[in-house]
Design a protein around this ligand. Structure first.
Ligand SMILES: [Zn+2]
Length: 204
């Protein structure tokens, strides 16, 4: 990609390759990042459940990092402090960056694209306890013999283990789902009836 292409993805609606192999229209990545800042998108299980707006701290930090890096690069390149918004600054780069700066800025903007995409999809893999599914009785399913149970125990927003009361679980084999108190079987089946399930998850 050229610098114009990377900036286009960050600041304009663009075509992107979907999971189904087709091309789809995608919103500007900086707009997606902005939207993620004020929601729990990409932060499964985040938020305290209060009435206030849920803030995705990872997204806010990434947006701030991008802004300050952009301003610093602009100052280094032009000797001038930029006073406008980030999108205008990037558009200025895509038309005015000199030939010797273009490959460098292309690398910088490509890193932002990767960081934003990673933030939007970031999820820890679920905990896969090696016990049979209480609904279908299986531990593995399908021709690949994949593990049935997935326990979603990580608070992506806080980047720490969620309180066990907020965990959810599902069986990829029979599609059963559990949350909250329905997860009591997990503690029992882990053969540690007195231990905190959170400790069980950490040793696995
Ligand atoms: Zn099952």
């Amino acid at each position: 990609m050229s610098l114009k292409d990377t900036i286009h993805q960050l600041t304009n609606e663009h075509m992107t390759h979907g999971d189904d192999g087709g091309f789809h229209k995608a919103p500007p990545l900086l707009a997606e990042l902005r939207a993620a800042c004020g929601s729990n998108m990409g932060a499964q299980g985040g938020g305290s459940g209060g009435m206030g707006m849920i803030v995705n701290h990872k997204a806010v930090k990434l947006e701030n990092d991008i802004k300050s890096k952009a301003l610093a690069e602009h100052l280094a390149m032009t000797g001038n402090e930029y006073r406008g918004g980030l999108v205008d600054l990037l558009h200025a780069w895509s038309t005015a960056a000199s030939t010797e700066w273009q490959p460098y800025l292309e690398g910088v903007t490509q890193t932002w694209i990767n960081d934003i995409k990673e933030m939007l999809v970031s999820k820890r893999p679920p905990w896969r306890p090696s016990i049979p599914c209480p609904a279908c009785g299986q531990r593995f399913y399908g021709p690949e013999r994949e593990p049935c149970l997935a326990v979603h125990h990580w608070d992506e927003d806080a980047d720490e283990m969620a309180p066990p009361s907020q965990w959810t679980a599902n069986c990829d084999g029979c599609k059963a789902e559990w949350s909250g108190d329905e997860l009591k079987w997990l503690r029992a089946a882990s053969n540690t009836p007195t231990a905190n399930v959170a400790e069980v998850a950490e040793v696995n």
